[in-house]
Every structure is written in C-alpha cells, then in structure tokens.
Design a binder for this molecule. Structure first.
Ligand SMILES: [Zn+2]
Length: 430
C-alpha cells in the first residue's frame, strides 16, 4: 500500500475522533521542557507508535544554549488564613508557574502578589506562564479570583524539584526507498493546553502510526520535542545528517476552527512551500499563506541561517491570534474532532504530493498523439484537459507539481492523468 491507497482507505472522521481521544488522554499531564510529565507523555505515545526516547543530560552545551536542570512537581497550593486551599495544582496544572522552584512559607498578600499572574483582559481564564531560564516561583490564577483575595496571611507550598537530570525527547524514523527525509516536528512541552501543543502531538502520532504501515519513497523522521531547546538539542546532535532533510513541516495548533495558516520556510520557494500552497488551494478550506518570519515555533531553529532547512509550518489560527492562546481557555472544548479531521486530511494531502511528484517524458512530442484512437479523448472534460497539460509539459523539465501550478488544476487530477498516459505508453517516468 502507498500513500495514495492509504488516503483513499482512511475514514477521516474516525481519524479526527481518534486524534481527539488521544489529546484528551494527554491533557491532564503536567508537562514542561524537562521532567517526568514529558516522559509520561512519550510513554503514552508508545501505545500507538514505537517512539525512541532520548535523554540529554542537564548542563549539556547545545550551540549557544545549555540544557537546563530537570523540573518535577508533585503538588502546590496556596491556603488562606482559614486553612482553605484557594489555589490548588490538583485542580489545574496551569496554576503553577511552570519551572517554579520549591517554596514553603507564610506570606502577607502584599508579598505574595508579585508571585501571582493573571490576565486582566480575560478575567475568567488562568494564564499559562513559564520561567525556564530564570529561577522564580509563582502561581497563575484568574483575575476575578485575584480581585477577591482579602488581606491577610497566605500559606504557600510548592513541592517541586529543580536539579541535575536530563531533557527528554521522542523520535521515530521510518525508512523509505530513499535516504532523503521528510521531517515532521511538533512540540510537546506544554501542560494542560489543547490546541497549542496536543493537537500537533496527537495528529503527528496518528500520522506516524499510519505511515508505519505503508511503503513510501521518502524516509520519515518524526520529532516530539520540547519547544526551542528541544529543536536546538536535536539539531546540535544531528548536524552531520540534516542535509538528508528534503522537506519538513512543523505541525501545531491544528484543532481550532479557524482558517488554515501555512507559514513558508525561510527559503520561501522550497518544494514544501509550493506543495502546501497547491494542496490548500484545492482543498475547499479557507486558508492563508504567510511569509517566513524569525518568530514562531521550531521552524525558527530549522530555518536559522546555519541550517536554512526547507521546513514550513502548518497551523490553523496562528499562535497569539486567538484569545484562548496560552490560557486555560485553550482546553478540550476549544478543539474539535472535525477540525482535527480536516487538518489530518491536509497534512496527508501534502505528503501525498511530495511522495507522488515526478517528471514524465512525453514519447510523442511532435504534435499531439491521437488520444481518441486510444479511448482517452471521448469528450473534452477535466480529465482530457489534464492529459493535454501533462503531455504538453512533460518535456523532461517539468514536474507534476509544475504542471498543476501552471494549469491551475489540482495535483490529484494531474497525477491521475499522468498515470493514465503512462499506462497507455504515451509517457515514461524519468
Ligand atoms: Zn505555546
């Protein structure tokens, strides 16, 4: 079975549901850029796919960065003077400033306040905050709750550790006919956040699961890494072989109901950029194409000038453009199986084009061959038009993707026409 057959055989509705179910299972885990929550997440993925788990010791130099200490947390709360837990990590892991150092003490509200984080503009949501590279402790809560806090003494407890350990990431390599690779990367370092994090992780997991069952031209490498530092670690450890990466995609934020957004690679004209545009254009979905900018997710590292890899990013609403972003509003109600389903279809469509793109050579280049005699030209419709385009541009210089772009027709129609001409001996593959 190849990717074309796979795409035809899948029940995408079921896939969307399954991606959602996986997300729901991962949602409660308290993840960070290091620690047991990350390991637990990778272990959960191993029920679907054979993720290889890597551990990079704290203190390891990776380009200009250093792998941080490992953070783990068991419990955290703030109690009021009556002894009632008013902020409780057990209710939401977003309540703790991610990477908080341990603390135990009693503080008056005035001293506690600099350690409390809220969103005055969205007073009902808990913000998601981190302090990875500067030691601090703190709690996140809704602004409404902060405003209700009375003066008095508060008992603060954070049962965490920040010590030498390691950074964990997951990787899968699927060998294809060629050594050339397609890289699919997602970040898995956020705690209970659904769209920004788990939508990409879960979709990528199901994608890897299915690609593991078929034959493919390209080799595939899937990375489940902590944002920024994980990509930097991976690039630092794999520098000699990154030139095998011919196409790449960062996948994140694919579960909301917003329009698709494809962010081009730094090169701007890489094949992945053209393919993503072509697939979205013919998908029937609303979409935007945006140019590369050096801010965003891990495409920042893959597209840094010393690597300049052909890696784009697929999301729906971009990070920071939806109010739920990095808040407790980005939860399991914010993402929908239907949206995950459409996203999965787009990703598979992109990979299908990358896998199937090829160059044909027209064996009858002097005037048109007589298609009617071969039963290929009954009436002029889309299929016949596609055949005319493929024959005309199959001079050995144009790929099927080139022909799709120039004709304005979808890759699928052009590719099907190419196959038909090939079966009738009118073109050969180069
Ligand atoms: Zn994020």
């Amino acid at each position: 079975m190849n990717i074309v057959d796979l795409k035809k055989s899948l029940d995408f509705r079921e896939e969307g549901q399954e991606i959602y179910t996986l997300m729901a299972g991962l949602y409660p885990i308290c993840r960070s850029i290091t620690g047991n929550g990350y390991r637990e997440t990778m272990e959960a993925l191993r029920r679907y796919i054979p993720v290889e788990i890597h551990e990079i010791p704290s203190g390891t130099k990776v380009f200009d960065w250093t792998v941080p200490k490992e953070w783990n947390i068991r419990d955290a709360y703030v109690k009021n003077s009556k002894g009632e837990k008013i902020i409780d990590f057990q209710n939401s892991n977003l309540h703790v400033l991610n990477y908080s150092t341990p603390i135990k003490g009693v503080f008056p509200l005035k001293e506690l306040k600099p350690h409390l984080f809220t969103l005055p503009d969205r007073p009902e949501w808990i913000p998601y905050r981190t302090s990875y590279y500067e030691e601090n402790w703190g709690f996140c809560l809704s602004h409404n709750q902060l405003q209700r806090l009375e003066d008095g003494q508060y008992e603060v407890f954070i049962d965490s550790t920040l010590e030498k350990g390691s950074l964990t990431y997951g990787e899968i390599y699927l060998k294809g006919e060629k050594e050339e690779e397609i890289l699919i990367s997602c970040h898995a370092c956020h705690p209970s956040l659904a769209n920004d994090n788990l939508s990409g992780v879960s979709l990528t997991t199901l994608l890897a699961k299915h690609l593991g069952t078929i034959s493919h031209r390209f080799s595939y490498r899937f990375l489940f890494i902590p944002g920024t530092i994980g990509a930097i670690c991976w690039l630092s450890r794999n520098e000699p072989s990154v030139n095998r990466i011919k196409h790449g995609l960062v996948i994140t934020g694919v579960g909301d109901s917003g329009e698709f957004t494809y962010k081009k690679s730094r090169r701007g004209d890489a094949e992945i950029d053209r393919v993503a545009c072509q697939v979205l254009k013919h998908s029937g979905q609303a979409y935007n194409i945006i140019d590369f900018e050096p801010y965003g997710y891990d495409e920042r590292q893959y597209c840094s000038p010393g690597f300049d890899l052909p890696v784009g990013r697929l999301s729906r609403t971009p990070h920071g453009r939806y109010p739920e972003y990095h808040t407790s509003g980005d939860n399991l109600d914010f993402v929908q199986p239907q949206c995950l389903e459409d996203s999965f279809r787009i990703v598979l469509g992109i990979l299908e084009v990358l896998e199937e793109n090829c160059v044909y050579l027209n064996l009858n280049p002097k005037c048109e061959p007589q298609l009617g005699r071969r039963g290929l030209y009954n009436s002029i419709g889309v299929d016949a038009m596609a055949m005319l385009w493929v024959m005309n541009l199959s001079d050995g210089l144009h790929t099927l993707l080139d022909i799709g772009e120039r004709s304005g027709m979808s890759f699928e129609i052009i590719s099907t026409a190419g196959h038909k001409l090939y079966e009738h001996g009118l073109v050969e593959k180069i």
